[in-house]
Design a protein around this ligand. Structure first.
Ligand SMILES: NC(=O)c1ccc[n+]([C@@H]2O[C@H](COP(=O)([O-])OP(=O)(O)OC[C@H]3O[C@@H](n4cnc5c(N)ncnc54)[C@H](OP(=O)(O)O)[C@@H]3O)[C@@H](O)[C@H]2O)c1
Length: 291
């Protein structure tokens, strides 16, 4: 299947595919199957993290597809238990080895847990050494980025944050646009937890376009200029989640406004300003350790 997923240019000129496959909470077999179906369907971008404990499976899966490395965009993230310059370099090399890669496309600080400035210092050096094509952050609010920039010499190219119609983050979205930092959305479908695809407004727009409610939500993200990484372990849904770029599939300004009205500041994940959550998160290293 030919790919028609657009690319967005990061501040340093690197192109990131606007849709990727997220692999959070996938076991190894699910990763092997889903990545295979994704690549066959036209995906070229995979989002993992050391915390997901499936980097090795991602590495095996991409190798099994036989696709040339240069066509892939692979992201991983550094977890909150690793802080410090040397520790960051060591963790990066460990992730790279697990993924079976000799360079990474995007490396992110997973959460703004205390001490992220040293992660960044090491990431700048990894970037300058050509080990990673782009560096960024995740779950950073504007004030975290401002704090990072006090000593940084390179600005983050991406901020990956929870975003869906019930948590639109419009102010942060505008801040990121102004700073030329690409807004990447995690849980773009609300993780299947907040039932956003059952919302009557979304369902009605879906009927008008002869598309699924999930496709309406994903298309809304695309028209806001975000990068999205929907997760699915089902072949049909993996395919459905990139069928967003048909010639006649455009949400009208009125439909975009109707979805804008659904914003209710409701998270499905942690709040980056919740210091208790951040502190607790430093006591485990993978989702399997989480108590
Ligand atoms: N940086 C961070 O802190 C952070 C946090 C969370 C997630 N993420 C990243 O973001 C990715 C996506 O977020 P997420 O996994 O939390 O949630 P999501 O992509 O918003 O939603 C995934 C859920 O929606 C279902 N689904 C997928 N496509 C569908 C479709 N077309 N129709 C109906 N249901 C559909 C999936 O079910 P099935 O799998 O059963 O199809 C799953 O239950 C993650 O995998 C991860 O890579 C990052």
């Amino acid at each position: 299947m030919a790919t028609n997923i657009p690319y967005i240019e990061l501040a340093n000129g690197v192109a990131i595919p606007q849709v990727g496959l997220g692999v959070f909470r996938m076991n190894d077999q699910e990763v092997l199957d889903s990545v295979k179906w994704a690549i066959e369907s036209g995906y070229r971008h995979i989002d993992t993290a050391s915390f997901y404990d499936n980097e090795e499976a991602v590495g095996k899966a991409i190798k099994a597809t036989g696709i040339d490395r240069k066509y892939l965009f692979i992201t991983t993230k550094i977890w909150n238990d690793i802080r410090g310059y040397d520790e960051t370099i060591a963790q990066f090399n460990k992730s790279l080895q697990k993924l079976g890669l000799d360079y990474l496309d995007l490396y992110l600080i997973h959460w703004p847990a205390a001490g992220f400035e040293e992660n960044w210092r090491a990431m700048e050096d990894l970037y300058k050494a050509g080990k990673v094509r782009a560096i960024g952050v995740s779950n950073f609010k504007a004030h975290h980025i401002e704090q990072l920039m006090k000593n940084a010499t390179i600005a983050p190219m991406v901020d990956q944050i929870e975003t869906h119609p019930y948590l639109q983050e419009t102010e942060l979205h505008e801040y990121l646009q102004e700073k030329n930092i690409v807004h990447e959305s995690w849980s773009p479908l609300g993780a299947g937890l907040n039932k956003v695809i059952d919302n009557p407004v979304i369902k009605e727009i879906a009927e008008n376009h002869q598309k699924s409610p999930a496709q309406i939500v994903l298309r809304w993200h695309i028209q806001r200029g975000e990068v999205i990484i929907p997760k699915s372990t089902h072949k049909e849904r993996i395919q459905e989640n990139i069928q967003l770029f048909d010639y006649h599939f455009d949400l009208t300004p009125d439909e975009m406004k109707q979805i804008a009205k659904l914003d209710s500041n409701q998270r499905v994940g942690g709040d980056p300003d919740d210091l208790t959550f951040l502190e607790h998160s430093t006591t485990f290293s993978t989702q399997n350790d989480e108590q």
